[in-house]
Design a protein around this ligand. Structure first.
Ligand code: ANZ
Length: 958
C-alpha cells in the first residue's frame, strides 16, 4: 500500500513537506518531551502529588475513560475512540483555565486472562502484565495527555489492598433504615447489648452463643454470606450475578446454561440502597437511556400486600393492582413457596375439578411431581409470556378478604419465589398470564375494570385480558368498601386505606433489584480478607494484614463441568493450596493466636472497577484509601453537582446496569461511612458510539480478510470472487481489525486522531474507512504549508495585520471551535478548523503571525504533536498544552451569514449558518457533519450530494 500512499510519495517532492516520516519523528520527539517534562501532571492540593498552587487554585476538571481490560489481542482502531475524545476535551479544558486530571489505568482481573492461562500454562499475572505493557505502547503513540503518575492496574497488590479494605468496610456495616444510611456494625452491636434493639425471637443478646450472634449480625451486614439460590454455571465452573445472566438464562460470557443452585456465597446488600440509587439518578447528567435502564433494573413497583386467611394462617401476596381485589378468583404460590406443604391436605377436597389435579391421586403427589418439573427450568423460561401455563391445585382454599369468597390455591411456575412474596392473587380478567391460566384450568374470570375498547363486560366472549390503568372499576362493591366508578388510581388509594384499616394488608413498595452475588470460584480475582474459625464463624482480617495476596497454586484453572449438568458443585482454585488456606493467626481481637481457614472464593471482576476513580486521586497513599482533602478537591459536591463525582466519564453503553450500578453503590457506602464527600462516582456520563467495520463474506459465508477486498462498481471482490459486504463489529475473528499502529505508521497519530474525531458525532456509531483517513492527513499537510516553506523548512509567517476577510474567518472559527469543543462536537470543530485553513490556503501569500498562532492553538487539542512543533517553529519556548485557548473578538463574529438549507430526499432536515464565501466542498463537509443531518440519515447510504453554495445542499440517499 505504501507506494500509493501520498504520505510516503511526498517525501521525494519536497524535503520539508509534512510526511509520514516527519509525523513519526515529530510525534516521538514530543511524546518523549511530555514524559520528561511531566506536562500532564495534575497537581493535588496536598500530599506527594502536590504542585503548582496557581494551577491548584483554578477550577478542576476530572475527566475519565472507562478503563480497558488488557486483552491479549491489543487495541484496534475502535478502542481509542473514547480515549481520543476525552483527551481532546481534557486538552481544551487545560487551555481554558482548568486544573485537569486525566489518566488511565487497567482493569486487569477477570476471566479472559485466566482462560488464556489455562490454555497456555502461563501464569495470569505474567500474561496480563505483558498485555498491559503492550497496550501502554499502543496508547502512548496516540499522544494521550495522561498523568502517568496516577496510573495503576487493579491487580497491583497496592491497589487491591484497598479493594479488600472497602470490602471490610462493607462487611463491618449495616443499613439503618431510620437514618437511611450505612453505619458501623459496632453501633448495631451496642444497640443489641444495651437492649435498645431486640433480637428476633425475644432472647437477649447476652444469652446468644458466638455463632448465634454471628447469624444475627449476618442479617444486617451489608456484605453477608447466605445459602440463597444462586446462578450456577457448570460450563464456566463459577456462579454468576443476575446481571451476568442473559435474558434466556445463559451466561453472558461463554453462553453456557445457568442453573439455580443453593450454595453458600457472599452477597452485597445493594437492595438496601434501592431507593437512593433511584432517587439520586435525577441529579446526574447521564443519557436518559442509561438512566431508564437503571430504573428498570431497580424496578420500583408501588402496590400492596394483602393477606388471604387460610386454616388459621394466612398467605400474603404482593400486587401492583390492589384495585382489582374483587376480581381475584384464585391464588398462585411459587412451587418452592415454604407454606405449600403446610396447606396441602391428605386428599382432594370434594368436587375437585379433574383438570386441577394433573391426574394425581393425592395433592401431595401432585405437588411433588410439579415441583420436580419446575426445578429444572430457569426463571426466564418460567416467565416466558408465550409458553403454555402449567400448574396444579394444592387441594386448599383461602379467603378473599374483601368479599369472603373461597378461592382455590394453586402452585404454578409463572410465579417466582424471588419476587414480591412469592405468592399472587390471580385476577384473570385483567392480567394476561392469569387469563391464560384461568382458561386452561377452567377458573372463573371476572370483569372488575370496565373495558374501554368496546368488548363489553361479558368475559365469556373475551379472547384476552383487559389490561388498563386508565379505566373505571366495576363489580367491586362489598359490605364495607366499594370501588365502583372510581378510576384505577383512586381505587388503589381507597382499597389500600381499607386494607390498612382492617388489618388485612398495607401499601408497600417492591423492588426488582436483588442483592449482588459477590463470590466467584476463580483464581484470578481479589482474595476475600475473611477467615473462618473452627465454628465456621467468619472473621474480618485486621487492616494490618492487608493486602492479602493471591497465593501461588499449582493449578489455577477453575473446575468446569458438563455445561448441562446441574447436579455439580463448584470447586475453588484457592482451596488447592492447603498451606495458604489453613493458618494460625492472631486477629488482634483478644482471642490470641487461633486456627482459621481462609475464604477461598475470590471477588468478581467488577470489584476493582467499583472505586478506581478514587485511587486516581491519591494513588500512592499507603495510609488511606484517599486523603479526604484531595478527594474533596476533585470529587466533592459543588454547584450543579449536589452529589459530587467525576466531571466527565466516557465509555460504552453496555455497562448500564453492571459496573455503573455497582460503582454507585460502593460510593454511597463509602459516603455514608464518612470516607468520601461524594455520594455519586460519575456526575456526567457520555456513551461513545462504536466504530464499525465492513465484514466481507464469501459464498460459503466465511469472513475474508477485509484489507484484501477490492471495491469495483459498487461491488466487492476477494481474489476475483464477488463477496458480500455488511457493517459489523471490528475484530480479529471477522478479519476486519485495523490497528492504530498501522494507521500511525502510515500517517501519524495526529491524522488518526483527526480522522476518528471527524467521522461523526461522538455518540453515533460509524463505519471505519481506511481510504478516507488520507483526507485528514491532507488537512495537516495544508496546515503545515500555511506556516512552513516545504522546500527550505523556513517559517513563512509575516508580522503584518491580516485583512478584514481573514479576521472574520479567524474569529468565526475561534468562536465555533470553542463552542464545539466545549459541547464535545469534535466533528464540527474539525470542519471549522478546515474551513479556516482552506481560507488561508486560498488567500495565497504568507499568513499573518497572529492568525497562524491562533490556528495552531485551535488545532492543539485535536492534533497536539503538530501543534507543538509549529508552535516551537513560530518561536515559542513553551508547550501549547498550557497556553490559553484563543477567544473570539465579537466584532468579527457578527458577520452576515447566510442560511443554508439541507434537504434529504427533497425534505428540509437542517438549516446551517454559513459564510457567504463558503466553497462547495466545504459546505458539503459541514452539511454532512451536522448532527441533525447525521441523525436524519440514520446510517443510510448517500448516492449523491448536490451543493449550491452557499444556500442549498441536497442529499440523495441510496
Ligand atoms: C394482581 C394483579 C392484577 C396483578 C392485575 C397485575 C395485574 P411488577 O409490576 O413487575 O412489580 N406478581 C407478584 N409477585 C409475583 C411473583 N413472585 N411472580 C410472578 N408474578 C408476580 O408486577 C407485579 C405484579 O406481578 C403483581 O400484581 C402480581 O400480579 C404479579 F390486573 O396482582 B398482580
Amino acid at each position: 500500500m505504501s507506494e500509493t500512499n501520498p504520505a510516503a510519495a511526498a517525501e521525494v517532492a519536497a524535503p520539508h513537506r509534512y510526511t509520514a516520516a516527519m509525523a513519526a519523528e515529530i510525534e516521538a520527539r514530543w511524546q518523549d518531551f511530555w514524559d520528561a517534562d511531566g506536562t500532564y501532571a495534575a497537581p493535588n492540593p496536598s500530599g506527594d502529588l502536590a504542585g503548582d498552587p496557581a494551577l491548584v487554585a483554578k477550577p478542576k476538571k476530572f475527566i475519565m475513560d472507562m478503563f480497558p481490560y488488557p486483552s491479549g489481542a491489543g487495541l484496534h482502531v475502535g478502542h481509542p475512540l473514547g480515549y481520543i475524545a476525552t483527551d481532546v476535551f481534557a486538552r481544551f479544558q487545560r487551555m481554558t483555565g482548568h486544573n485537569v486530571l486525566h489518566t488511565l489505568g487497567f482493569d486487569a482481573f477477570g476471566l479472559p486472562a485466566e482462560q488464556y492461562a489455562v490454555q497456555t500454562g502461563t501464569h495470569p499475572r505474567v500474561s496480563t502484565e505483558a498485555n498491559i505493557e503492550n497496550m501502554k505502547i499502543q496508547l502512548r503513540q496516540l499522544g494521550l495527555g495522561h498523568d502517568k503518575r496516577r496510573s495503576f492496574a487493579t491487580i497491583d497488590p497496592d491497589y487491591y489492598k484497598w479493594t479488600q479494605w472497602i470490602f471490610l468496610q462493607i462487611f463491618n456495616s449495616w443499613y439503618d433504615d431510620e437514618a437511611k444510611k450505612a453505619r458501623p456494625i459496632s453501633e448495631l452491636i451496642a444497640q443489641f447489648e444495651s437492649g435498645e434493639r431486640g433480637v428476633s425471637g425475644g432472647r437477649s443478646w447476652n444469652e446468644l452463643t458466638a455463632a448465634e450472634r454471628a447469624d444475627v449480625l449476618g442479617e444486617y451486614r451489608l456484605a453477608y454470606a447466605s445459602d440463597a439460590p444462586v446462578n450456577w454455571c457448570p460450563g464456566l465452573g463459577t456462579v454468576l450475578a443476575n446481571e451476568e445472566v442473559t435474558a434466556d438464562g445463559r451466561s453472558e460470557r461463554g453462553n453456557f446454561p445457568v442453573f439455580k443452585a443453593k450454595l453458600r456465597q457472599w452477597n452485597m446488600r445493594i437492595t438496601a440502597y434501592a431507593d437512593r440509587l433511584l432517587d439520586d439518578l435525577d441529579e446526574l447528567d447521564w443519557p436518559e437511556a442509561i438512566k431508564l435502564q437503571q430504573r428498570n433494573w431497580i424496578g420500583r413497583s408501588e402496590g400492596a400486600r394483602v393477606d388471604f386467611p387460610i386454616d388459621g394462617e394466612r398467605i400474603t401476596v404482593f400486587t401492583t393492582r390492589p384495585d382489582t381485589l374483587f376480581g381475584a378468583s384464585y391464588m398462585v404460590l411459587a412451587p418452592e413457596h415454604p407454606l405449600v406443604e403446610k396447606f396441602t391436605p391428605q386428599e382432594w377436597p370434594e368436587g375437585t375439578h379433574d383438570v386441577w389435579t394433573g391426574g394425581h391421586a393425592t395433592p401431595a403427589e401432585a405437588v411433588a411431581a410439579y415441583r420436580a418439573q419446575a426445578a429444572s427450568k430457569s426463571d426466564v423460561e418460567r416467565q416466558a409470556e408465550a409458553k403454555d401455563k402449567t400448574g396444579v391445585f394444592i387441594g386448599a382454599y383461602a379467603t378473599n378478604p374483601v368479599n369472603g369468597e373461597q378461592v382455590p390455591v394453586f402452585i404454578a411456575d409463572y410465579v417466582l419465589m424471588g419476587y414480591g412474596t412469592g405468592a399472587i392473587m390471580a385476577v384473570p380478567g385483567h392480567d394476561s398470564r392469569d387469563f391464560e391460566f384461568a382458561r386452561a384450568f377452567e377458573l372463573p374470570i371476572r370483569c372488575v375494570v370496565e373495558p374501554t375498547d368496546g368488548r363489553g363486560t361479558d368475559t365469556a366472549t373475551w379472547d384476552e385480558a383487559f389490561v388498563s390503568y386508565d379505566a373505571r372499576i366495576v363489580n367491586s362493591a362489598g359490605a364495607d368498601v366499594s370501588l365502583d366508578g372510581l378510576g384505577v388510581v383512586e381505587a388503589k388509594a381507597r382499597i389500600t386505606e381499607w386494607l390498612e384499616r382492617t388489618g388485612t394488608g398495607e401499601g408497600t413498595v417492591n423492588f426488582r433489584l436483588r442483592d449482588w452475588l459477590f463470590s466467584r470460584q476463580r483464581y484470578w480475582g481479589e482474595p476475600f480478607p475473611i477467615v473462618y474459625d473452627e465454628d465456621g464463624i467468619a472473621h474480618a482480617l485486621p487492616e494490618s494484614m492487608l493486602p492479602l495476596e493471591l497465593p501461588e497454586v499449582e493449578d489455577y484453572s477453575p473446575r468446569t463441568f458438563d455445561p448441562d449438568d446441574a447436579d455439580t458443585q463448584p470447586e475453588t482454585p484457592l482451596s488447592r493450596n492447603e498451606d495458604w488456606v489453613n493458618v494460625t493467626l492472631d486477629l488482634g481481637d483478644g482471642a490470641g493466636p487461633r486456627n482459621y481457614r481462609r475464604e477461598t472464593n475470590t471477588m468478581p471482576n467488577w470489584a476493582g472497577s467499583c472505586w478506581y476513580e478514587l485511587r486516581y486521586l491519591d494513588p500512592h497513599n499507603s495510609e488511606k484509601l484517599v486523603d479526604p482533602e484531595i478527594e474533596r478537591y476533585w470529587m466533592g459536591p459543588r454547584e450543579g453537582q449536589p452529589h459530587g463525582g467525576v466531571d466527565l466519564y466516557v465509555g460504552g453503553a453496555e455497562h448500564a446496569v453492571l459496573h455503573l450500578l455497582y460503582a454507585r453503590f460502593w460510593s454511597k457506602v463509602l459516603f455514608d461511612l464518612g470516607h468520601v464527600s461524594s455520594a455519586e462516582p460519575f456526575h456526567k456520563l457520555f456513551n461513545q458510539g462504536m466504530i464499525q467495520a465492513y465484514v466481507y463474506r464469501d459464498a460459503r459465508g466465511i469472513a475474508v480478510p477485509a484489507a484484501e477486498v477490492e471495491e469495483r462498481d459498487g461491488s466487492s471482490y476477494y481474489e476475483g470472487e464477488k463477496v458480500s459486504r455488511l457493517l459489523g463489529k471490528m475484530g480479529k475473528s471477522l478479519k476486519n481489525a485495523v490497528t492504530p499502529d498501522e494507521i500511525c505508521a502510515e500517517y501519524g497519530a495526529d491524522t488518526l486522531r483527526l480522522y476518528e474525531m471527524a467521522m461523526g458525532p461522538l455518540d453515533v456509531s460509524r463505519p471505519w474507512d481506511t481510504r478516507a483517513v488520507v483526507g485528514q492527513f491532507r488537512l495537516l499537510q495544508r496546515l503545515w504549508r500555511n506556516v512552513v516553506d516545504e522546500d527550505s523548512g523556513a517559517v513563512t509567517v509575516v508580522d503584518t495585520e491580516p485583512d478584514e476577510d481573514t479576521l472574520r474567518a479567524l474569529h468565526k472559527a475561534i468562536d465555533g471551535v470553542r463552542g464545539d469543543l466545549e459541547g464535545m462536537r469534535f466533528n464540527t470543530a474539525i470542519a471549522k478548523v478546515t474551513e479556516l485553513n482552506n481560507h488561508l490556503t486560498k488567500a495565497g501569500g504568507p499568513v499573518s503571525r497572529s492568525v497562524a498562532e491562533a490556528l495552531v492553538l485551535l488545532v492543539a487539542p485535536l492534533a497536539p504533536h503538530i501543534a507543538e512543533e509549529l508552535w516551537r517553529k513560530l518561536g515559542h519556548e513553551d508547550s501549547v498544552v498550557h497556553r490559553d485557548f484563543p477567544v473570539a473578538d465579537p466584532a468579527y463574529v457578527v458577520d452576515e451569514t447566510v442560511t443554508c438549507v439541507v434537504q434529504i430526499k427533497g425534505k428540509v432536515k437542517a438549516r446551517l449558518e454559513v459564510a457567504p464565501s463558503i466553497s462547495e466542498e466545504e459546505l458539503e463537509k459541514v452539511a454532512l457533519a451536522d448532527d441533525k443531518v447525521v441523525a436524519a440519515l440514520d446510517g443510510a447510504g448517500i448516492r449523491k450530494v448536490i451543493v449550491r453554495a452557499p444556500k442549498l445542499v441536497n442529499i440523495v440517499t441510496a
